[in-house]
Design a protein around this ligand. Structure first.
Ligand code: MAN
Length: 350
């Protein structure tokens, strides 16, 4: 395996103590999986902030649609499995839902140098509708002309869908609604039209036959998606044999569209891989990394809320150097960079 990503020596660049909880009786348990945007003279991270009640165990935080506040649902260890730090899974059919152990919202962090960030004191996007009662997660941000399109996974009793909002100032946003049916996540939108259409990756969750795979789709207007095409799935053995999903919004390079995606194995270790797609037809894969180009190595990547995870939702390309802002162990936000040449060296077929 070959991991040429140079970690920032200040990693983690954003930790739990850098974030003020959204209410005094909550604690922050994760600040991770951020989208990234260049806005005026700043780098902005759209952080996923996960919170839990401070002093209570075995409760699931759920948004109440009646008063738009987060309520706490008691979880009985008789009815639910407590072994995964992320979810309360029903032991048998009579418990109603799988609940999440934390509830996430999206918070901005702002920086002039792309390394030292100041995290806003208040949320940017907070769960408020029936699709978001378990939280909103893993945003991606794509700039198209002068508008920033932000999509994120909305989790609720109704499953997982992707929502789209737009912003022009990172202070307010406009809702564009849901862009897929449940269960679907890891949507990443291309920054430019190709062949007169918008394009995006989707990652439906397969419940019957087969396994989770990344699909690509096109749209005339960024709201109505169709022409679905299966792009790639995980391998049958090795680092991504359980599931794959798109990571950062694709980046245009001389050789084609570069996509950094995540793959997980059956032990729930999350690594990053790379994919090169045809410039004029992104349904064509030109090359794919055979082995992960980044894998959990450093202590903050090995242990945390959910250890052994590197997960990237945003990156910036400058002078042939790609900087990614990635979530480590579902706990903290880190930064790492790599030259495009080093990525291309690992791509089979390029
Ligand atoms: C899922 C998502 C991510 C998370 C990974 C690892 O893919 O919920 O948010 O980082 O699992 O736990």
């Amino acid at each position: 395996m070959c991991d040429n990503f140079k970690r920032c020596n200040l990693n983690p660049i954003i930790s739990l103590s850098d974030v003020v909880p959204s209410r005094p009786d909550f604690k922050v348990v994760g600040v991770f999986n951020a989208a990234v945007a260049r806005f005026k003279d700043e780098v902005i991270l759209l952080l996923r902030v996960a919170e839990q009640p401070k002093d209570q165990e075995n409760v699931a935080p759920v948004l109440s649609l009646k008063n738009k506040k987060v309520d706490l649902i008691n979880i009985s260890p008789n009815d639910y499995l407590l072994s995964d730090s992320r979810v309360f899974k029903p032991k048998k059919g009579d418990a109603e839902f799988t609940y999440l152990t934390s509830i996430s919202h999206i918070r901005c962090a702002r920086s002039k140098d792309g390394i030292h960030f100041i995290v806003d004191k208040i949320p940017f996007i907070f769960p408020h509708n029936q699709y978001e009662t378990f939280g909103i997660e893993d945003p991606r941000c794509t700039k198209i002309e002068n508008t920033y399109y932000i999509n994120f996974s909305s989790v609720s009793q109704n499953g997982i869908v992707e929502e789209l909002v737009t912003t022009q100032d990172f202070k307010s946003y406009k809702e564009r609604g849901i862009i897929c049916l449940p269960d679907n996540k890891d949507v990443a939108i291309f920054p430019k039209k190709i062949d007169g259409k918008y394009w995006a990756f989707f990652r439906p969750t397969v419940a019957s036959t087969g396994k989770h795979a990344v699909w690509i789709s096109s749209s005339p207007n960024l709201s109505d998606w169709g022409n679905y095409h299966l792009l790639f799935s995980g391998s049958t053995t090795g680092w991504d044999d359980d599931r794959v999903g798109a990571g950062i919004p694709p980046i245009k390079t001389k050789k084609g569209w570069l996509e950094i995606y995540h793959g997980a194995n059956k032990k729930n270790q999350y690594c990053l891989g790379a994919l090169l797609l045809d410039k004029n037809d992104p349904r064509k894969i030109l090359a794919r990394s055979k082995k992960p180009i980044m894998f959990p190595t450093y202590p903050y990547e090995k242990a945390g809320f959910f250890g052994d995870v590197v997960f990237a939702c945003g990156g910036l390309l400058e002078n042939n150097n790609l900087t990614i802002y990635y979530g480590a162990s579902d706990s903290v936000t880190c930064m790492a960079s790599i030259s495009l040449n080093d990525i291309f060296k690992n791509l089979k077929g390029s």
